[in-house]
Design a protein around this ligand. Structure first.
Ligand code: FMN
Length: 141
């Protein structure tokens, strides 16, 4: 993320190495899992910037049709639900295939302090959904 410059529509067709690398990593992946914190009630600017780069060129962007799941965590009680919802919304607008409900983990420091079967189950569901969507996509390609 540090190497990705601020979005500049004039260089969409001639991107930096970091942006080209991001696009090819997404395009070459079977599926994408985004884990994000929440900043000031929204998605971190660095993530939004990376997604803006990933969203262009619009018709052929690397995320289009790609299965993507979103998870989040926060030390706060609400778990970053705004960032979670907004990331899903942005991905949908970009043409990604947002799969499953994902989850936002509140009070993350407490929940991650010891093994937690409920959380493990949620994570397993996210991964299984991604795998099954990716498999279905490969079979229809
Ligand atoms: C600039 C900034 C704004 C933040 N705003 C929120 C927020 O609106 N809601 C929230 O739940 N957590 C917020 N946080 C806490 C982040 O969720 C937390 O830093 C993130 O989960 C990373 O935690 P870690 O440093 O323990 O890995 C904010 C953190 C920063 C640095």
């Amino acid at each position: 993320m540090r190497d990705i410059p601020p979005f500049d529509e004039d260089t969409v067709e001639t991107p930096s190495v970091a942006v080209a690398g991001l696009r090819s990593a997404v395009a070459g992946a079977d599926a994408v899992l985004i884990a994000t914190p929440e900043y000031n009630g929204s998605i971190p600017g660095t993530l939004k910037n990376a997604l803006d780069w990933g969203s262009r060129p619009g018709a052929t962007n690397a995320f289009r049709g790609q299965p993507v799941a979103v998870i989040g965590a926060s030390p706060g009680a609400f778990g970053g639900v705004w960032a979670h919802e907004e990331t899903r919304k942005i991905l949908g607008i970009m043409g990604a295939r947002v799969v499953g409900a994902g989850f936002s983990l509140g009070k993350a420091s407490d929940r991650l302090a010891a093994p937690d079967n409920e959380l493990l189950g949620q994570m397993q569901e996210v991964v299984e959904t991604l795998v099954s969507e990716a498999t279905a996509r490969t079979q229809t390609a």
